[in-house]
Design a protein around this ligand. Structure first.
Ligand SMILES: [Zn+2]
Length: 572
């Protein structure tokens, strides 16, 4: 691909005239035979056509959809809004009959399965329905020119995409729940890549929320919803109550069928002769101890496969290696030799949790996001390492394959890796011992500070600081590894130079198609006010949009799931 600089700045705004056709866009040569839209009307027509294609496509796809919402209230002492409570939803999107979703986790199932746009029904005031957020992936299921007025705004770059920006408003009598806001259309195939606004007008006693919905080019010709930010600061609801919240919705796991473990079959066909020989030399029954270990290993593999297949666990990748390096540091300095080898994996969800499955340490994406430094990461991993060192076992009932046959949405009921209090306390004690023997021993005050932040925010962020599958950072009333807190400074939300915990979403980037993870490498931005620290908080999204295949090829680690379809060139 010829190197060509693409300005990151928005293109200069044009006057209120229809956009001129661009004779020289980047991939003009690779563009499909369909002609360039030559007038504003044609741009709108093409976008509407693509939107119908999109809606039809979405009916076939069943990504996971996660919404994490924080209600805000003004803290007079701090002079800023801070989270006062939170809500968490996780489900699988099913749009085959409208925008519906199957919930894995939901504080209330009220309203589930009802096909309605309203976020707040009068009998459930301030109860957000997961459905309402799932709806935000669709601009209008019946997007027709006759329902709307379109006004050209300007051309603008979103990432490397040159976009036509258009304001969209429903005509009178177009019916309830039409889209009102702004859309960004990429100027090659005319897909809507971002829309920002609300639905309008709202029915009596229901309210539509404001949202900013982003789509990414995940495969050639496929632009799929990935990130949605929603916020209200002063929406007046009933009884003089005001709605004040912010929420992130993330979608991933669009292509789960390629995540199945089929490598075993491949290994049989490509095995080199020596490998076969090696195995035949070893051909004998397992000793009782070996058999017990294999049995436990079987349970571990079953569970990990299952979690990966349903899209909760990321495939192996570069971040696992980063985590493993930290675990190795701990093991080397403590002279630990553990067989089978310990592996680390990432759970794709937001709530802060970690757990072990046999000799696999699992840490959630949200946890990795908010940890301020490597010593804090070491603290989390070492707690899990301690479980392994102490021989806390996985329940081997999971070694029977039939135990894995249950519907996805029951995962959180059927899989439980939480430890009892005694094991938790033992692991804490052992972990502190291991840490004091490690290269992190002089850097643990920040880890203690992180725990203080957890403790301070836990009463308001019950759905974030709780575990769904594994161990919470809280053990009853106690905080994990609380002995580390004694040597750490006071948690002070007002101090700009004290970073106890980071906002969500700053460290890990998920490929919503194949769930591969990538470390985000952005330079830290200097914090100028205490309100910018936002520990554990959600923020708006501004992804750098690119065309599929146009970005630098993703690094695929040796152990990563092979990309079967190969990197198809863009523009097909
Ligand atoms: Zn634990």
């Amino acid at each position: 691909m010829p190197a060509q600089s693409v300005p990151a700045q928005p293109a200069p705004a044009q006057s209120q005239t229809p956009p001129a056709p661009s004779p020289q866009t980047r991939d003009a040569a690779a563009r499909p035979a369909s002609a360039v839209a030559t007038s504003f009307d044609q741009v709108v027509d093409r976008a509407i056509e693509r939107e119908h294609f999109f809606t039809a496509q979405m009916k076939q796809l069943h990504p996971l959809v996660e919404t994490y919402l924080q209600n805000l209230k003004e803290d007079k002492d701090l002079g800023m809004a801070v989270p006062s409570s939170d809500v968490y939803f996780l489900g699988r999107l099913d749009m085959s009959e409208g925008t519906d979703d199957r919930a894995f986790v939901s504080p209330t199932t009220a309203g589930l399965g009802k096909r309605m746009l309203s976020k707040i029904k009068d009998q459930f005031v301030f109860k957000f329905l997961p459905l309402g957020f799932a709806q935000m992936v669709v601009l209008d299921e019946d997007f027709q020119r006759r329902y709307y007025d379109f006004t050209f705004v300007r051309r603008e770059f979103l990432g490397e995409l040159r976009c036509v920006v258009i304001d969209v408003a429903p005509k009178k009598d177009a019916g309830n729940g039409r889209f009102l806001g702004r859309i960004w259309i990429e100027d090659q195939d005319y897909n809507i890549v971002r829309f920002n606004g609300t639905y309008y007008p709202h029915p009596r006693y229901s309210y539509y929320l404001h949202f900013d919905s982003w789509r990414q080019n995940l495969r050639p010709g496929l632009w799929l919803p990935s990130l949605i930010y929603s916020e209200e600061t002063d929406q007046k609801a009933r009884m003089g109550e005001t709605l004040h919240y912010k929420a992130q919705t993330r979608l991933w796991g669009y292509n789960l069928k390629d995540l199945r473990r089929n490598s075993e079959f491949t290994e049989i066909t490509v095995d080199a002769p020596q490998t076969v020989q090696d195995q035949s030399q070893k051909a004998q029954d397992a000793s009782p101890l070996e058999a017990q270990r294999q049995w436990e290993r079987q349970a571990e593999i079953n569970v990990i496969d299952r979690l990966q297949q349903i899209g909760l666990l990321a495939p192996e990748g570069e971040i696992d290696k980063v985590l493993q390096t930290v675990v190795n540091n701990m093991m080397v300095t403590n002279n630990l030799d553990i067989q089978p080898e310990i592996h680390c994996r990432v759970l794709l969800t937001t709530p802060l949790e970690s757990f072990t499955i046999g000799h696999t340490i699992v840490v959630s994406r949200g946890m990795i996001d908010v940890l301020p430094d490597e010593a804090s990461l070491a603290m989390i991993l070492t707690h899990e390492l301690a479980h392994i060192v102490l021989g806390h076992h996985l329940d081997t009932k999971l070694a029977f394959n039939d135990r894995m046959f249950f519907p996805d949405e029951r995962t959180f009921e059927r899989m439980d890796f939480a430890r009892d209090r005694t094991e938790e306390e033992a692991a804490d004690k052992k972990a502190v011992e291991l840490l004091n023997n490690s290269p992190y021993k002089d850097k643990l005050s920040n880890a203690g500070l992180f725990l203080k932040a957890v403790q301070a925010r836990a009463p308001h962020l019950k759905n974030l600081i709780r575990a769904h599958l594994g161990d919470s950072l809280l053990n009853g009333d106690a905080t994990r590894m609380s002995s580390l807190m004694t040597a750490s400074p006071q948690f002070d939300p007002k101090k700009t130079d004290q970073v106890a915990a980071l906002p969500l979403g700053g460290r890990i980037k998920v490929d919503p198609w194949n769930n591969q993870l990538e470390l985000i490498k952005t330079k830290p931005v200097a914090i100028t006010a205490a309100s910018e620290k936002m520990p554990f908080e959600v923020t708006p999204f501004f992804p750098f949009l690119t065309r599929f295949g146009a970005a630098t090829p993703a690094k695929v680690g040796p152990a990563a799931v092979p990309e079967k379809s190969g990197a198809a060139p863009s523009g097909q």
